[in-house]
Ligand binder design. Structure first.
Ligand code: PLP
Length: 409
């Protein structure tokens, strides 16, 4: 996290000391480096410079309006998975012709709005959805561009709960079923198949499964003699949560995609989420209590699994680091846990951690993606604040949720 690092003993985010913000009260909160988000986006675009892809940021990874606005200004489009996300993207100033809509269960109501807003592509995930789009379009005498999401049955070699491109995952339609349905699509007068899309999973750390996808797609396009305007290759690019994770080599992949797109003469769409915002945020939390267990010490934070779900949901590892470093050590094992009444409300175990005390602050790292967007009100806890830092300035981009509103129903 180049924009989130220690200066001396103190953790800084860009030019601001995290401790100074935390001391003002209001922990826990999410805090992001705006320049890290921008740098990640620009680096991604530069990696694929030769291809000039449309980069549709996966809104579900972080749907804060200010972050969407910031990415929109750099030219990003968005991938949305609900009408809420679609309306948010438009509100953030992202043009409809840069928005793609994915998801296996889009409702008729959602599809109607997407069609009315004239977004770039609706990526259909079933035969029935395609027919409903055709029906809606027919009613208003329109011809709607669609993409079709394929399930290429490729193992992304990632955590099973974030794999999406295997035959037993609900996403997309198999190559075989699509090949059959394709003949029917041609008969539907009010839709036009302009794209194929794939998204095989998340936190992918090698280019091997991506290469396989290109092979499968090339073969299918050739067999069916398809003439497409876009190929949407999805997202899923992994980040380094652990120091031992090797980053994915996108340069090599970009060369492959380049020749793939030239051969087919179509525009490439990517939908990165995690790799754009993941390393740009931390969750700052106060140590509420420290309690001795039988064989470890419990470090009880004021942030809970409702604020940050990934460890409970995916056994995800996120380093927890002190806001102020010291050179003393705690003997034995400690475990960071939260206040929510579930045994899975815990964030990681450490050995030989530095000395920490009640009321100290710590930061859970790499929480920019699937952090706040997965949070909930479980245990009737208000959604926490989000802060955006740019150089030596910070602003609240979401206030802590109002408790009176929370208890109103
Ligand atoms: C979640 C999702 C993405 C983003 O995945 P990341 O791993 O965050 O890059 C892209 N496309 C679709 C269809 C998704 O569901």
């Amino acid at each position: 996290m180049p924009n989130i690092k220690y200066v001396g003993k103190n953790l800084f985010i860009e030019k601001l000391s995290v401790a100074n913000i935390a001391k003002k009260g209001g922990t826990p909160f999410y805090i992001y480096s705006e320049n890290q988000i921008k740098e990640n986006y620009i680096k991604f675009v530069n990696t694929f410079k030769k291809i000039k892809p449309l980069v549709c940021f996966a809104t579900k990874s972080n749907s804060n309006l200010s972050i969407l606005r910031s990415l929109g200004k750099l030219g990003a489009g968005t991938d949305v998975v609900s009408i809420g996300e679609l309306l948010k993207a438009l509100k953030a100033g992202i043009k409809a012709n840069k928005i793609v809509f994915s998801g296996v269960g889009k409702t008729e109501e959602e599809l109607k709005i997407a069609i009315n807003k004239k977004i770039l592509l609706i990526n259909c995930e079933s035969e029935s959805e395609t027919k409903i789009i055709n029906k809606i379009a027919k009613r208003s005498n329109k011809k709607v561009s669609i993409g079709f999401r394929l399930n290429p049955d490729i193992d992304a070699k990632t955590h099973k709960k974030i794999s999406t491109g295997k035959a037993n995952n609900k996403f997309g339609v198999s190559i075989k079923n699509f090949s059959v349905f394709f003949k029917e699509i041609k008969k539907l007068k009010n839709i036009k198949l302009e794209a194929l899309s794939v998204h095989i999973g998340s936190q992918i750390l090698t280019d091997v499964p991506y290469k396989r996808v290109l092979t499968v797609l090339s073969k299918l396009i050739k067999n069916l003699n398809l003439n497409l305007k876009y190929i949407d290759l999805g997202g899923g690019f992994g980040i380094n949560y652990n120091k031992k994770d090797k980053p994915i080599n996108l340069k090599k992949y970009s060369n492959l995609v380049h020749s793939f797109s030239k051969k087919l003469n179509c525009k490439i769409i990517f939908e990165p989420g995690r790799s754009i915002v993941g390393n740009a945020g931390i969750l700052v939390s106060k140590i509420q209590y420290i309690k001795n267990g039988t064989n470890k010490k419990f470090i009880i934070l004021n942030a809970g699994m409702n604020d940050f779900m990934r460890p409970a949901l995916y056994d995800a590892h996120h380093d927890i680091i002190p806001i102020k470093k010291n050179s003393k050590k705690i003997k034995g094992i400690i475990e960071f846990v939260g206040p929510v009444c579930e045994s899975t409300c815990k964030f990681g175990k450490y050995k030989n951690y530095q000395k920490i005390y009640e009321n100290d602050f710590v930061a859970i790292t790499n929480v920019g993606a699937y952090g706040t967007s997965l949070s909930s009100n479980y245990n009737t806890r208000p959604l926490i604040a989000e802060i955006l830092v740019n150089k030596n300035k910070f602003k609240f981009i979401r206030k802590k949720q109002n408790l009176l509103k929370l208890i109103s129903a």
